[in-house]
Ligand binder design. Structure first.
Ligand code: NAD
Length: 401
């Protein structure tokens, strides 16, 4: 025995994944024609949401795809952020129409439905039920899937996660598997130009939340940190531009990179307490995912930031807030003040009170959030039910104690 394999050391494997083919840049959408020719499907299922349908975007894109003379069926029933019921509806729709290529176009809501339904189609109903209940994971691929985001963004097109509302428990819940990665992601900033300011603000800060939370995550690696750093450096220079001048294509392109880079980091290092506290707000109050994350960011980092001072110094640098190497404990304040200021600057709500959350519900929200151990375990600060309740209370009052 040479001893090259040492079974006595603790196993520590970092598994890094993203879609096999990511295409990014202005007008990259048109490269889908080559993909369709290569894949040669018999039936395309086009998954998008009501908002994009009503805005005429769906029709324009389907017209563009019609040059292939391949039948296309539209699934655009998604209204607001999706629940587990709509995923089942999409699965049934793909099966009924014998689709063999799913193209998802939209923000995270449409993309999550597209990736989950493409992965879970043609499987035993009992298995699908268990997977959606979080009691099992897929063990085989579904049909081919191409995801095209129209927001910057959730990064859903490069993550292994899909997040849905669970009405039984009044929460949002993620399902995770490499099979939810699409075969191809096409990230074209031109498609984000029509994004209204509020969606640009909320989804843009959502991308930043992925970057900052994955950067400080206990599962972060030098590789994921590289992606998160690149995302954060681009974010602060471009977020206001896309919110207040949506047709600034240079800024839109930079935000596409932010969304992609942060998405890859999130997919491989995980996110943390901000997301864990946002899920019950989405589940009980239907608060948009990006809005909930943006609002919670300063209140959560005001508590958790003290256990990752080195990272706070680095993040202050990435955000161009100054050099805090000689006074590292000031870095957390600088980052938290920046995050709070962002809410004001982007016209996002600054307190849960403004969002009509009922103060008496805060304890129950804290009980639900404290169950999201998949994410809380990534956070470099052990939060318990009481500390989570305190964070919600500060977020409710709009005060950074
Ligand atoms: N899978 C993941 O890794 C992941 C990560 C983060 C968030 N999410 C999920 O993503 C969802 C939120 O996604 P989102 O923030 O992208 O918003 P969204 O998909 O809910 O879209 C918000 C609104 O903007 C409209 N819209 C989107 N793009 C547009 C465009 N270019 N022009 C005009 N209107 C446009 C939509 O029609 C919709 O009405 C949540 O359900 C969240 O849980 C998933």
């Amino acid at each position: 025995m040479i001893g090259a394999l040492n079974y006595k050391t603790v196993a520590k494997t970092h598994d890094f994944r993203m879609p096999e083919n990511v295409k990014i840049g202005r007008n990259s959408f048109f490269s889908i024609h080559e993909d369709i020719r290569n894949l040669n499907p018999t039936k395309i299922i086009f998954v998008s949401d009501k908002g994009l349908k009503n805005a005429g975007v769906v029709e324009e894109v389907i017209n563009e795809l019609s040059i292939h003379n391949i039948p296309i069926e539209e699934f655009t029933n998604i209204v607001g952020e999706p629940d587990f019921e709509i995923v089942q509806e999409a699965i049934d729709f793909i099966q009924k129409h014998h689709g063999d290529l799913v193209i998802g176009l939209g923000g995270g809501s449409a993309l999550d439905v597209a990736k989950a339904s493409a992965a879970l189609v043609n499987k035993e109903p009992i298995i699908v039920e268990k997977i959606l209940a979080g009691e099992a994971v897929p063990e085989a691929k579904g049909v081919t899937c191409i995801l095209v985001p129209t927001t910057s963004g959730t990064g859903s097109e490069v993550t292994m996660n899909a997040i849905f509302g669970d009405h039984k428990n009044d929460v949002k819940r993620g399902i995770v598997s490499p099979y939810y990665l699409p075969d191809i992601a096409i990230i074209d900033p031109v498609l984000t130009v029509s994004c209204p300011p509020m969606v640009s603000a909320a989804s843009g800060v959502d991308a930043f939340t992925h970057a900052i939370e994955s950067y400080v995550s206990k599962k972060a690696t030098p590789l994921t940190k590289m992606y998160a750093e690149a995302a954060m450096k681009r974010f602060s220079k471009n977020i206001s531009k896309v919110v207040f001048n949506g047709s600034d294509l240079d800024a839109r392109e930079e935000m596409s990179w932010v969304s992609f880079l942060a998405g890859v980091s999130l997919a491989n290092a995980g996110v943390g307490a901000v997301h864990a506290l946002a899920y019950p707000l989405g589940g009980k109050y239907n608060i948009a995912h990006g809005v909930a994350n943006a609002l919670l960011l300063p209140y959560v980092f005001n508590v958790t930031g003290k256990t990752c001072i080195d990272e706070m110094v680095q993040i202050a640098d990435f955000l161009h807030l100054g050099d805090f190497r000689d006074e590292p404990h000031q870095a957390q304040n600088a980052v938290v003040d920046y995050l709070y200021g962002l809410l004001e600057a982007l016209n996002l709500p600054k307190s849960l009170k403004e969002l009509h959350v009922v103060e008496d519900d805060l304890r129950n929200l804290a009980i639900e959030a404290s169950k999201v151990s998949r994410l809380l375990d990534n956070t470099p600060f052990k939060l318990n039910m009481e500390s989570i309740h305190e964070i919600y209370q500060n977020a409710y009052d709009g005060t950074l104690n």
